[in-house]
Design a binder for this molecule. Structure first.
Ligand code: NBP
Length: 477
């Protein structure tokens, strides 16, 4: 028999993805460098569907119907190149290689170009949802040629998560590296979402004086409203968990050092190159790295500052409501920044990405899945050329409502010494965008003073320079 799709690389992700294809009625060839894993998969899950176990690379390629579709789920980086080089020589014109790993989009662009010259379609595909998502339906972000999507799209639609309206959480993002680029920004937004939730937690703890169990209840309530999302849901689960060994709240026995695998950092690096202000995402990445500087934190512990004085009773409850407003407003800003980066990447690389479609496929399966994304989709559907999510009337009105509480929460945080880099960056971004005048005018003046970098005027066209060291007259340059 010939298999409709193949999966090579059978660690958690590849194994679950292969099972997902099989459970959806596709015949799946499976292969792994260490062949024992292939045998284990078929022994354990063979009853779930039609698997073809391949021991060798040649057997694997031979098992696939033409045009071949083979998914690579190995460690990103050099292993992916090694595996591509093993398979590519055995493939024929029109075959499709799908890389479902967390590749950097620049690597995907390089691989796509190289394989296109050899007649092979290369589809760099973002897959979000972790191992559970891979098995039950992830959000899928494929980038590649139209032809490859025609052959692959229906299968991906079948195995993907479905949003509340039953729409599959997959779309043809665009050519070459666009899928991995969008997955990267998804992860950047995920970092920001997590950081904002963490700050809300800390404020509820230190300023409202709530216990982790009480805060879990607050998040449960929030999860029935406009903040409803997977991350808010699991926050309540983590906060209500009690450590079996000590009987303490789990969150109090975990070391407070957040780690990262790099996609958040990539999002910020790219944003710097593209000149897109993703300050909230950047603060989220920096907050993780700061948390890991244990020696520096130890050395700084005696620095002066206030100690938070917890509120009580109805004051605490009123403050919790304000935190909800601050969290929601900051979240709108994070998504505004993330979508700006996607728009900028799309323009830079000629990808023609449909931003509404991206919001739509993030509604299910992925880590940032949320009811809220439906509204982002609606905003872009109503106005595909929306300059920013903040220009959408509905979001603008919601922030208008929230901003008073947002400012109060930041006031309390600053006066009580609770760090809120995410909330603060989001509010500064908002205030900077709405400002009629920015101090950038002064910055330009300084640049002209020390480096003759020139400036433009508000009242006349052209570039000007002031003779700072001379008589301070102005010349047009
Ligand atoms: P890993 O990232 O841990 O990779 C393990 C797999 O890579 C094994 O099948 C291993 O084969 C294979 N491999 C390596 Br390592 N080097 C190889 C080489 N030179 N040639 C052939 N095979 C090689 O697996 P994972 O956690 O399942 O993730 C797979 C991909 O999916 C990664 O790119 C990851 O970033 C991405 N991803 C992961 C998640 C997640 O939640 N874990 C979510 C989304 C995306 P072996 O068995 O012979 O050692």
């Amino acid at each position: 028999t010939s298999a409709q799709i193949g999966v090579t690389g059978l660690a958690v992700m590849g194994r679950n993805l292969a099972r997902n294809f099989a459970r959806n009625g596709y015949s799946v060839a499976v292969h792994n460098r260490t062949a024992s894993k292939t045998r284990e998969l078929v022994e354990e899950f063979g009853h779930e569907g039609d698997f073809v176990a391949a021991e060798s690379v040649a057997d694997f390629v031979a098992a696939l119907e033409r045009p071949r579709r083979l998914v690579i789920m190995v460690k990103a980086g050099d292993p992916t190149d090694a595996v591509i080089e093993e398979f590519a020589p055995l493939l024929e014109d029109g075959d499709v290689i799908i890389d479902g790993g967390n590749a950097h989009f620049a690597d995907t662009r390089r691989r796509e170009r190289d394989l296109r010259e050899r007649g092979i379609h290369f589809v760099g595909t973002g897959i979000s949802g972790g191992e559970e998502g891979a098995l039950h339906g992830p959000s899928i972000m494929p980038g590649g040629s139209d032809e490859s999507y025609a052959s692959l799209g229906p299968m991906l639609e079948k195995i993907s998560a479905k949003a509340a309206d039953d729409a599959p959480c997959v779309t043809h993002v665009g050519p070459d590296g666009s899928g991995h680029f969008v997955k990267m920004v998804h992860n950047g937004i995920e970092y920001a979402d997590m950081q904002l939730i963490a700050e809300a937690y800390q404020l509820l703890r230190d300023v409202a004086g709530y216990s982790p169990a009480q805060i879990a209840e607050v998040f449960r309530t929030w999860n029935t409203g406009r903040l409803e999302s997977y991350l808010i849901e699991i926050t309540a689960e983590v906060l209500s968990h009690v450590d079996a060994a000590t009987g303490e709240p789990f969150v109090d026995v975990v070391a407070d050092q957040a780690e990262q695998k790099g996609t958040g950092r990539w999002t910020v690096q790219l944003a710097l190159e593209l000149g897109v202000p993703v300050s909230g995402i950047a603060e989220a990445v920096f907050a993780r790295s700061l948390s890991g500087h244990t020696a520096l934190r130890e050395a700084s512990r005696g620095l002066a500052g206030p100690t938070a004085r917890p509120l009580s009773g109805t004051d605490a409850d009123a403050f919790a409501d304000q935190v909800e407003q601050a969290l929601y407003a900051s979240k709108i800003v994070s998504y505004t920044q993330g979508f700006h980066e996607i728009a900028a990447g799309s323009a830079e690389y000629d990808w023609n990405i449909d931003l509404g479609a991206i919001a739509s496929i993030w509604r299910g399966g992925c880590i940032i899945r949320a009811a809220f994304l439906d509204r982002i989709r609606a905003a872009y559907d109503a106005r595909p050329d929306l300059p920013s999510l903040l220009s959408d009337e509905t979001f603008a009105a919601e922030i208008a409502d929230a901003q008073h509480d947002w400012r109060s929460v930041l006031g309390a945080a600053t006066s009580q010494g609770v760090p809120t880099p995410g909330f603060a960056a989001a509010l500064s971004y908002y205030d900077s965008l709405r400002a009629t005048r920015l101090p950038a005018a002064l910055t330009q003046g300084q640049r002209d003073y020390f480096g003759a970098h020139t400036y433009r005027r508000t009242d006349r066209e052209g570039s000007f320079h002031t003779l700072w060291a001379g008589d301070r007259s102005e010349v047009q340059v």
